[in-house]
Design a protein around this ligand. Structure first.
Ligand SMILES: Cc1cc2nc3c(=O)[nH]c(=O)nc-3n(C[C@H](O)[C@H](O)[C@H](O)COP(=O)(O)OP(=O)(O)OC[C@H]3O[C@@H](n4cnc5c(N)ncnc54)[C@H](O)[C@@H]3O)c2cc1C
Length: 418
C-alpha cells in the first residue's frame, strides 16, 4: 500500500476491538469500498484475547440506553444518545448473525457461549477475510497530515511513502505515550489528561494480612470525606483490595485519585444492607440469645469468618470475650469497625481482568452523531482513545462497538458512489 495506489476510502488505525468493528461494519454498509486496518503490533485483537480473563466479556445485559449510560463515569451523556443507535441487543444480534451466541451471567455480564475470547477473534478474522479487508500488522502510524484535496497522508513507521485515505478512523485505544498525540494536537484535537481507571488498591494492614483470596459478597467503599460510596463484591488480594466495589470506586474517582498519586484514605462498610442502628439492634439480640458465645466465633453474615476475627481483634476484643461480657466501649468500637473501617491506599495495581485509560480525545471536539472530529472533517475517533470509559462488566467493549458503528455508518454515507 503506497502513495501511488488509489486512495483508501477508509484507513482504520488500530486492529483492536473498535478498529475491527468499524472496518467490518463499514465493509458491510459500503461494499466495494477500499478499507484497510493498520496495526502497530505483530498481532491483532490482543486485548480482546486477554479480556475477561480470556473469556471476553463482550457486553452487558442492560438494554435500556438510559440505565446503560449510567455505567460510564466519563461519556455517559454522549453515550446515552449513541446507545439509541447501537446498544447491547444490537451487539448480541450482530454476533449471533455470525455464529457467536452470547450467554448472560447472573450479574449481567455477557460472554460467548464457548467461554473463550478466541471465538470473538476468529469471528472478526473470518469476517475480515470474507469482506476482503487487508489486515496490515507491524504498521505503526507515526504521522498524519491533511492534503489540499481534503484527503489524509498517513505516515507509517515501516513505509517510506505515505498512504492516502479519504477518511481516517483512529482506533488506537489508550493514547498514553502515543507518538500520535502531537499530531492530533496539530489537527486541533484537544486531549483530556490520561489517567488510569479500574485498578485495585494497594493496602498494607494487619487486618487483612494473609487473608488473600477471602471475598465478601457486598460491601460499600468510599473515599474518606466523600459520601459517594460504591457497592459490590470485594476481594482481598496479596497487595490489598480488589473486586467490583473497589474497581467501581477507582473508575468514578479516577481523576481525584490520580491527583493524590493513588495514596488516599478510604472507608469500608462491611454491612451496607444494615443501618448503624440495625447493627446495634443485632448486637443486642445476639447478646440476649447467644450471650455465652465467643464474639470472635459468631460472625454476622455475610462477613467471612476469617475477616470477622480480624475485625474483632482490631477492636481489642479478647479472643475469649463472649457477647455477654462485651463492654459498651467495645460494642461501640465493633459497630464502628463494621460500618466504617478506615484503610489507607498506598498506590494501585492494574487489575489483570480489566483496566482502561480515562481521558483522551475531548468529547466536545467530536460530533457524537457521526464520531467525526469537529475540527477536521474526515477524521473519526472510536473506542478507548476518546475520553470515555465504563466500569467493569462489559461496558468498555460496548462503548467500542457503539462508537465504531456510528463512525462506520457516517463514513459509509459519505463515501462517494463510483
Ligand atoms: C486485561 C484487560 C481485560 C479487559 N477485559 C475487558 C472485558 O472483558 N470487557 C470489556 O468491556 N472491556 C475489557 N477491557 C477493556 C477493553 O479491552 C478496552 O476498553 C477495549 O479493548 C478498547 O478497544 P479499542 O479498540 O479502543 O482499543 P484496543 O483494544 O486497545 O486496540 C487498539 C489497537 O490499536 C493499536 N495501535 C495503537 N497505536 C497505534 C498506532 N499508532 N498505529 C497503529 N496501531 C496502533 C494497538 O496496538 C491496539 O491493537 C479489558 C482491558 C484489559 C487491559
Amino acid at each position: 500500500m503506497t502513495a501511488h495506489s488509489a486512495p483508501l476510502d477508509l484507513a482504520v488505525i488500530g486492529g483492536g476491538a473498535s478498529g475491527f468493528f468499524a472496518a467490518l461494519q463499514y465493509a458491510e454498509m459500503a461494499p466495494g469500498k477500499r478499507v484497510a486496518i493498520f496495526e502497530k503490533s505483530p498481532h491483532f485483537l490482543q486485548k480482546v484475547r486477554i479480556s475477561g480473563g480470556g473469556r471476553c466479556n463482550v457486553t452487558h445485559a442492560c438494554f435500556d440506553p438510559r440505565e446503560l449510560a449510567k455505567n460510564y463515569p466519563r461519556g455517559s451523556r454522549e453515550l446515552h444518545a449513541a446507545f439509541h443507535h447501537w446498544q447491547p441487543s444490537d451487539t448480541v444480534d450482530w454476533f449471533a448473525r455470525f455464529g457467536v451466541t452470547l450467554k448472560t451471567e447472573p450479574d449481567g455480564r455477557m460472554f460467548p457461549d464457548t467461554d473463550s475470547s478466541d471465538t470473538v477473534i476468529q469471528c472478526f478474522l473470518d469476517r475480515a477475510r470474507d469482506c476482503q479487508i487487508p489486515l496490515l500488522p507491524k504498521h505503526p502510524l507515526v504521522g498524519i497530515n491533511r492534503l489540499a484535496n481534503g484527503h489524509f497522508a498517513l505516515q507509517f513507521e515501516n513505509l517510506s511513502t505515505p498512504v492516502e485515505a479519504r477518511a481516517v478512523c483512529i482506533a488506537t485505544g489508550s493514547l498514553k505515550g502515543s507518538p500520535l498525540l502531537n499530531h492530533l494536537k496539530k489537527l486541533d484535537q484537544s486531549i483530556e489528561p490520561l489517567v488510569p481507571s479500574l485498578f485495585a488498591f494497594n493496602v498494607k494492614d494487619p487486618r487483612i494480612s494473609e487473608l488473600a483470596g477471602v471475598s465478601h459478597p457486598k460491601v460499600a467503599v468510599r473515599r474518606e470525606g466523600n459520601s459517594a460510596a460504591q457497592q459490590g463484591p470485594l476481594l482481598i488480594t496479596h497487595r490489598g483490595f480488589s473486586g467490583p466495589a473497589v474497581l467501581r470506586l477507582s473508575a468514578w474517582e479516577a481523576r481525584d485519585l490520580a491527583a493524590e498519586n493513588h495514596h488516599f484514605p478510604f472507608l469500608i462498610d462491611w454491612l451496607p444492607e444494615m443501618s448503624a442502628e440495625a447493627v446495634k439492634t443485632r448486637f443486642a439480640e445476639i447478646r440476649q440469645t447467644q450471650g455465652a458465645k465467643l464474639v470472635r466465633n459468631t460472625p454476622i453474615a455475610p462477613i467471612p469468618r476469617r475477616l470477622w476475627e480480624r475485625l474483632v481483634a482490631s477492636c481489642e476484643i479478647a479472643d475469649l470475650a463472649t457477647w455477654g461480657q462485651l463492654s459498651k466501649t467495645a460494642t461501640r468500637a465493633l459497630a464502628d469497625a463494621l460500618k466504617s473501617s478506615r484503610f489507607q491506599a498506598e498506590g494501585k495495581t492494574t487489575n489483570k481482568d480489566e483496566f482502561v485509560t480515562a481521558g483522551g480525545i475531548e468529547r466536545h471536539t467530536i460530533d457524537f452523531r457521526t464520531m467525526q472530529s469537529r475540527s477536521t472533517p474526515g477524521l473519526y475517533f472510536v473506542g478507548e482513545c476518546i475520553d470515555i470509559d465504563g466500569i467493569t462488566g462489559g461496558f468498555n467493549f460496548q462503548a467500542a462497538w457503539t462508537t465504531a458503528h456510528l463512525a462506520a455508518t457516517a463514513i459509509a454515507k459519505q463515501s462517494p458512489i463510483e
